[in-house]
Design a binder for this molecule. Structure first.
Ligand SMILES: [Zn+2]
Ligand SMILES: [Zn+2]
Length: 352
């Protein structure tokens, strides 16, 4: 199937139109027309090869909402016209202990990325959601629940699940004390989801510039990390801190904020971090952890939870041809809080 998208052709050049082939349907495949695609920081890092594993051309995008246009003959869960979604992975071995537990993101053989991955059968590079069509095996296709705003829901597929999974892993429930560091695409979802689970949520930020935003998102308060008195008063306060800061930084000042056995979980920065002091870690039996996206079952659970509680990301809709400007604005953190591409702005190729 011929389709169109926007691809990076080079780490330094702007994204530009790209015509390419999606694979023919296998028995367990679902084909969809993409309606909306969120714009994640990983898209930008991949377009620029910041992590060293990009190929070119590469079509980013892993916050995908679409409508089923055809199905393979073995597909049982979806039918034509269903609203569906795809997140950060499109395949895994399905056999290992992690896959069997529904933790495909931790597959022993590695999951297959929606982009910057290689098809398990053909070894062809995968291409993401900045495109008109997608083909995916049904096990990695999510169902969009009735009533969830399709245009705004796209960022749930990465920003949503990336923050939902640690909230569930560390058993956040009514009364849990949760801190969120950084108030961008991931951070604003961490606040909304933790509030939805009944937690008492504090945003930790360098200044009080985002205080009104934090409160509006449902946080109980904003803690200014530059205010040493306020930080000292908040010692031993949190059961869980979700650190969404997407760049190298020092976590030492945040560790004393954790209660005994509390965990600071990193979900933003991929790569080296500043050295940190182990004293507060050892003395409080505190933990530092990382967490990557979440499994398929957990992602469906998160979508259903968001539909039930009417939790949606705050989005700014853009056209496909505005993506380069959106990348520039994202680098300056000039977005509240996620760009979503309206794929109706991209014309389908004449041959489809
Ligand atoms: Zn992402
Ligand atoms: Zn596996």
């Amino acid at each position: 199937m011929k389709t169109v998208g926007f691809a990076a052709y080079d780490p330094k050049k702007p994204l530009a139109p790209y015509t390419f082939e999606r694979r023919g349907l296998r028995d367990n495949d679902v084909a969809m027309e993409i309606l909306y695609c969120g714009v994640c920081h990983s898209d930008l890092h991949t377009a620029r090869n910041d992590w060293g594993w990009s190929y070119y051309p590469i079509v980013p995008g892993h916050e995908i909402v679409g409508r089923v246009t055809s199905i393979g003959k073995g597909v049982t869960r979806y039918k034509l016209g269903d609203h569906v979604a795809v997140g950060c992975m499109v395949d895994s071995c399905q056999e290992c202990d992690q896959c069997k537990k529904g933790e495909e993101q931790l597959c022993r053989e590695g999951n297959t990325g929606t982009y910057a991955g290689y098809d398990r059968f053909t070894k062809e590079p995968t291409q993401g959601g900045y495109s008109k069509h997608l083909v995916v095996r049904e096990e990695f296709c999510l169902r969009m629940p009735e009533g969830l705003d399709l245009a705004k829901a796209a960022p749930l597929l990465c920003a949503g699940i990336t923050t939902w999974s640690p909230l569930k892993t560390w058993n956040v429930k009514p009364g849990s004390r949760v801190g969120v560091i950084g108030l961008g695409g991931l951070g604003h979802m961490a606040v909304k989801l933790a509030v939805g689970l009944g937690a008492d949520v504090t945003v930790v930020s360098r200044s009080n510039a985002k205080e009104a935003d934090a409160l509006e998102l449902g946080a109980g308060r904003l803690l200014v990390s530059a205010d040493s008195d306020a930080m000292a008063q908040a010692h031993d306060h949190f059961d869980l801190i979700i650190d969404t800061v997407p760049v190298r930084h020092d976590i030492t000042p945040y560790l004393p904020l954790l209660d005994v056995d509390g965990t600071l979980v990193l979900v933003g920065q991929v790569g080296p971090m500043e050295e940190f002091n182990t004293v507060p870690l050892l003395l409080g039996r505190r933990r530092v952890a990382g967490s990557p996206i979440g499994g398929i079952r957990e992602t469906q659970e998160m979508l259903d939870f968001c539909a039930e509680k009417n939790i949606l990301p705050d989005c700014e809709m853009i056209r496909m041809d505005e993506i380069n400007e959106a990348f520039e604005r994202m680098e300056k953190a000039d977005v509240r809080y996620r760009f979503v591409i309206d794929m109706a702005s991209l014309a389908a190729p004449a041959t489809v």
